[in-house]
Design a protein around this ligand. Structure first.
Ligand code: ADP
Length: 162
């Protein structure tokens, strides 16, 4: 069985992430969407909330599960006996950081292959940080994020912007 992990902050999950995940689920037997909880990186959504929202979004995709972890992605991959790591590429600007990360991971875990999925044109401008910024300013982000995420953001900023 060919398993893959799709790691990321997913703070929050967007339609861009969902598209990569769905396409990966057609290529691999099993995909783990692995949400990173890195204490040094500040996030809007707590790790458990990010996981909970993703669970709601992926419930109809049978060969995908969501999990959370802290620490190095390679350690998580080794522990779960996964040898494929999926990342998404939106534009050339993503490439430099992704190349460095893939090369570092290769040093740390030589059997691990990073596989990139190119973003669909319609999602290539969507980022979690832009979504958060505009949701905070009260704009509608329902075209960029799945429904459960949109509902969370609307409630969150309604409470906090009062
Ligand atoms: P990071 O893991 O760097 O904190 P994210 O959680 O936002 O970043 O994203 C996880 C992965 O999904 C990364 O490989 C990122 O490039 C990719 N990604 C983010 N947004 C999109 C998008 N709109 N379309 C395709 N891939 C994306």
């Amino acid at each position: 069985m060919l398993k893959a992990i799709y790691p990321g902050s997913f703070d929050p999950m967007t339609y861009g992430h969902l598209d990569i995940l769905k396409r990966a689920s057609l290529v691999f037997d099993y995909v783990i969407m692995a949400v990173v909880g890195n204490p040094s990186k500040s996030s809007l959504l707590p790790l458990t909330k990010r996981e909970e929202l993703i669970k709601l979004v992926i419930q109809d995709i049978p060969n995908v599960k969501v999990d959370t972890f802290e620490g190095l992605t390679v350690d998580y991959a080794k522990k779960n006996k996964v040898k494929v790591l999926i990342r998404g590429l939106r534009a050339i600007s993503d490439f430099e950081a992704e190349l460095g990360m893939a090369q570092t991971n290769k040093e740390l875990y030589p059997e691990l292959e990073t596989i990139f999925f190119m973003s669909k044109a319609q999602y290539s401008f969507i980022s979690s940080s832009t979504v958060k910024e505009i949701a905070q300013l009260g704009a509608d982000v329902s075209q960029f994020v799945p429904n459960p995420v949109n509902e969370f953001l609307v409630n969150h900023f309604n409470l906090h912007n009062k």
